[in-house]
Design a protein around this ligand. Structure first.
Ligand code: DAH
Length: 339
């Protein structure tokens, strides 16, 4: 009996099947009610009592090996027509509904893709940050209002540890560690201590872009902005830059695009101006470069930052910011076709 089991084991190990029919034949030969293994079980009755335990285990092992082998052979035929396909009888007969991607993810991916086409790669940083990366390294004076308790969430009353209020903190993290040229985009969640309403939330999302190299000029920034606006909102989109102020860029600007809802003619969304603001940008302040160990006499660069909710609103006209975090399926399922 032992010899027989041993011989069958090696036979099964070498088993091959070139088609479903051969596989089925093998199943009948070894595993069916009238198959070899069943017959062995019958013979088992005649095994002397003191050997029953050992032989019993060997037969079980043989049966298991045969099942596994046939299963494996069946997989090469994609289980089509194989009697080893496991059918889940509890599964609904109706089509299983697929989830949808969140509108903010859809837009984030779109922004990432556009910048990736310009050679940018993605960088990430922590949401719980220190004062240096969120403020000091970015040239915020000690008494800058953005550090105010009104705006910033502090961790455990420690004024040095904060929830980042913008993704600009990733800029400095990367600059500290990387030799130029640097060309990164940093998407992520940011936090501000704001009362929640239809137009403000205590957390939202931003994408930051940073390009540092020799001889980077404002013209490079403008070209990247125009490319982005056209890719995101359509070929006819126009941009305009208004002078602005950010501690970490000099000169700084805010960019408007021609209102993509009325095409620039004027509508309630653009407050009848024909323009909507979408991002802040500028040339990286030399102090910021020096703070991060990059020689500002050799290198220059531009940075820009935008709110993903804002861009999503422009694309899909979501009137209430709170919708983005309420997980209401009636809202989320409207983005099915945008996937
Ligand atoms: N960090 C700014 C904010 O949260 C946005 C921003 C403005 C980012 C100008 C930039 C920039 O990189 O150059 O409002």
């Amino acid at each position: 009996m032992r010899e027989k089991i041993k011989a069958l084991l090696s036979e099964i190990e070498q088993l091959k099947a070139s088609g479903i029919d051969e596989l089925e034949a093998a199943r009948i030969k070894y595993l069916s009610k009238k198959g070899i293994i069943s017959a062995l079980m019958d013979d088992f009755r005649t095994v002397p009592a003191e050997q029953k335990r050992e032989i019993g285990m060997q037969i079980n092992e043989l049966k298991q090996k045969a099942k596994e082998k046939l299963q494996l052979l069946g997989e090469q035929f994609d289980n089509k027509g194989s009697s080893y396909t496991e059918t889940d009888l509890s599964r609904t007969a109706y089509p299983v509904p697929l989830g949808t991607r969140h509108p903010l993810s859809i837009v984030k991916e779109e922004i990432n893709d556009i910048f990736k086409r310009l050679g940018f790669s993605i960088a990430e940083g922590p949401e719980v940050e220190d004062d240096w990366h969120v403020f000091s390294s970015l040239n915020f004076a000690d008494d800058h209002p953005a550090r105010d308790m009104q705006d910033t969430f502090f961790i455990q009353n420690d004024p040095q540890i904060v929830l980042r209020t913008h993704t600009s903190s990733v800029q400095t993290r990367v600059m500290e560690k990387t030799e130029p040229p640097i060309r990164i985009i940093c998407p992520g969640r940011v936090y501000r201590n704001e009362a929640i309403s239809y137009r403000a939330h205590c957390f939202f999302h931003q994408v930051e872009a940073l390009y540092i190299d020799k001889d980077v000029s404002f013209a490079d920034l403008k070209q990247a902005l125009l490319f982005f606006a056209k890719e995101m909102f359509g070929e006819d989109t126009k941009i305009r830059l208004r002078p602005s102020y950010f501690p970490f860029t000099e000169p700084s600007a805010e960019m408007d695009i021609s209102c993509n809802i009325c095409g620039g003619k004027g509508c309630p969304f653009c407050k009848h101006t024909g323009w909507v603001e979408i991002l802040g940008c500028g040339m990286v302040d030399p102090n910021v470069l020096d703070n991060c160990g990059i020689d500002s006499k050799v290198y220059s660069g531009y940075a820009l930052g935008m709110g993903i909710e804002r861009i999503t609103n422009l694309k899909y006209q979501v009137k209430d910011l709170r919708m983005f975090s309420e997980n209401d399926l009636r809202f989320l399922e409207q983005f099915r076709s945008a996937n």
